[in-house]
Write a protein that binds this ligand. Structure first.
Ligand SMILES: Cc1ncc(COP(=O)(O)O)c(C=O)c1O
Length: 418
């Protein structure tokens, strides 16, 4: 075990914290208790150092320079793609590096969707999807006059009713697009179980992995997905970054949705032919520094241990689920009741304290949580909630962070119970 673990092999969050300089800062003069990692994870110094090292020693435009430094930049970029691909268990030739998960999901809908969907075809998503995995499908189904159908959620807990999938597959959806882990419910989709069902019905499975890859071991081939999108900033890398893995034959069949430099084979005045493979989807100068950061984030996550991160986060969530009802008795907790069935987060609402007031009161104690609809407005509408509060954890979350959270919740209860 490395520097980050107890002698028993568990993750020691106090040791991990030391790798994140921002966690020792005091925004507004208060110690920081960052419980919003589902929105964006904090960056370990190792990631920032990797970017700075690339920019200070290997910076040049990748894929272009015939000089040595240009070769170094290309090697750094392609090496970082290969490292990220290995982290996810897929070949580098099938991993498209993009600016965000949003871009990746739009690529699937606009490229694969426009080419493969037509009038009357069905696309299936869940009612709990993040807007990034919903609106692109709304747009493309409207454009081609296809139907968008939904796997429903339970009206009280919000849990996705996966047992309805079998019936919905009778509609023979051409694609089913689901989140690996819901960014509101914290529940994981049973991908290994639903992928064969979807394939047997003749459809493809597209997965939004944003909330999964940093919090649990993910080996994409085990999921059965045909497309898998993820976000770099949720993994401790830079804001600009994300990727799309797709099966090689799908990538080969798909058209680029952005065109320009670096994605071409030959260009004449009136037409052009495109590069093969991933390069076809990476128009313009690639984000080499962001991709280097992503590879460093993968190294760091593996150094901590993905099983250990998951186990630590389950321990933190167990405490949240146990103590939240004591601190705020009217809290309505969304998603599964057992922390073992959750990945990384707990969302809740309270009739006594609005989520935004809660976030403001917690901020007085330096506790940062997310309040709002978390880019899942239809789910909130289904649950008749305008907003929820969301607590999300990470390898650097400590018991002290949770103590501060519960103290803040008790403050809020006192203020609003008057
Ligand atoms: C489930 C889910 N999907 C998609 C996204 C969008 O990711 P990105 O910020 O990389 O576009 C997020 C981020 O909030 C998310 O949580």
């Amino acid at each position: 075990m490395s520097d980050w673990h107890t002698p028993g092999g568990q993750l020691d969050p106090l040791k991990v914290r030391a790798a994140y300089p921002i966690l020792s800062t005091t925004p507004g003069g208060r110690p920081l208790h960052y419980l919003d990692s589902a929105a964006t994870a904090q960056r370990p110094k190792a990631v920032v150092d990797a970017v700075s090292n690339f920019l200070l020693t290997a910076n040049a435009n990748p894929h272009r320079g015939a000089y040595t430094l240009g070769g170094d930049a290309t090697a750094a970029y392609e090496g970082a793609r290969a490292r990220t691909a290995a982290f996810l268990g897929v070949p580098a030739e099938e991993l498209v590096m993009l600016g965000s998960a949003t871009e990746a999901l739009n690529l699937v809908a606009r490229s694969w969707g426009r080419a493969n969907l037509s009038r009357g075809d069905v696309v299936l998503v869940t009612e709990a999807e993040h807007h990034a995995n919903l609106i692109p499908w709304q747009q493309v189904t409207r454009e081609v006059d296809a139907d968008l159908e939904f796997i429903p959620v339970d009206d009280v807990t919000g849990e996705i009713l996966w047992d309805r999938l079998e019936g919905l597959l009778k509609l023979r959806p051409k694609i089913v697009a689901v989140g690996h882990v819901s960014n509101v419910l914290g529940s994981a989709a049973p991908l290994a179980q639903i992928a064969p069902q979807i394939h047997a019905a003749g459809g493809l499975l597209a997965v939004d992995g944003c909330q999964a890859v940093a919090n649990m071991p993910v080996n994409i081939p085990d999921t059965g997905a045909d497309f898998y999108a993820f976000s770099a900033h949720k993994m401790g890398a830079l804001f600009s970054g994300g990727g799309l893995w797709a099966r090689a034959h799908l990538l080969n069949e798909m058209n680029p949705i952005e065109t320009g430099g670096d994605m071409i084979r030959e260009v004449r005045l009136r037409d052009a032919t495109f590069a093969e493979g991933t390069q076809k989807f990476e128009a313009g100068t690639p984000d080499a520094s962001g991709t280097v950061a992503l590879a460093a984030a993968c190294d760091f996550i593996d150094d901590l241990g993905r099983e250990q991160i998951h186990a630590h986060e389950v321990r933190m969530l167990e405490r949240v689920l146990r103590e939240l009802p004591e601190a705020l008795p009217d809290a309505r907790i969304l998603g599964p009741r057992d922390a073992k069935d959750r990945i990384g987060l707990v969302s809740f609402s309270s009739d006594l304290v609005h989520a935004h007031d809660l976030a403001t009161i917690l901020d007085r104690r330096g506790v940062a949580i997310r309040a709002g609809h978390h880019c899942a407005m239809p789910l909130h509408e289904q649950l008749e909630l305008s907003a929820t509060a969301r607590v999300s954890v990470a390898p650097y979350t400590t018991d002290e962070d949770l103590d501060a959270l519960f103290d803040g919740l008790r403050d809020a209860r006192k203020i609003f119970a008057r």
